[in-house]
Design a protein around this ligand. Sequence first.
Ligand code: IPE
Ligand code: MG
Length: 217
Amino acid sequence: MDGNGRWARQRGKARTQGHLEGLSAAKRIVKAASTAGIRYLTLYVFSTENWKRTADEVGFIMGLVKKYLRGELDFYRENGIRIRHTGDIAGLPADIAGELASAMEETAAFTGLQVVLALNYGGRNEIVRAINRALSAGETSVNEKTIALYLDNPDIPDPDLVIRSAGEYRTSNFLLWEGAYAEYYVSPALWPDWTETEFHEALASYGRRERKYGAVL
Ligand code: IPE
Ligand code: MG
């Protein structure tokens, strides 16, 4: 979800206003994904690198996350949406980790769309934590299967599609392991401008791809 800052700057507003609009966009896209019958949607909310921003901006984003987790419970219930997390929970402020844990618990039985919040997430960090878990569990060497088993959410399938807003062509440390064979879709639209139209365009683009996984068809 990139481009909140640019969206705000273009309007002479504070970056925080961009994040507020970004939250509205996230709600629109969660709704659109749920309606479209998507099974898993991972939102890259806050990376392990985003701590480099000012304390004000970090605090504002964390505040929004807290508000979103608490305030949307009726919406999750109505739509059967299950909340999950990926990222280094140990590095999150205790109150955010607590809200996250209760949202996950309260939605654990819901069988609709699973929304995975990537919070304090880094792809390299996730792989390192997975290897350390494997070592703690007594594994003496790892292979692709064991690493996958120790990732944050081993039951969740690899993503089919990774969508980037704001016209950036980078992975930005997102789902490095899981996204090895994902299709990528880049849109110039800044994240706060995303509506279900942009989302459906991304899905339509995915529908036109031919996935070969390195083979010859
Ligand atoms: C994405 O928008 C929001 C988060 C990283 C939380 P940015 O804040 O990165 O927006 P730009 O890149 O400055 O436009
Ligand atoms: Mg950015």
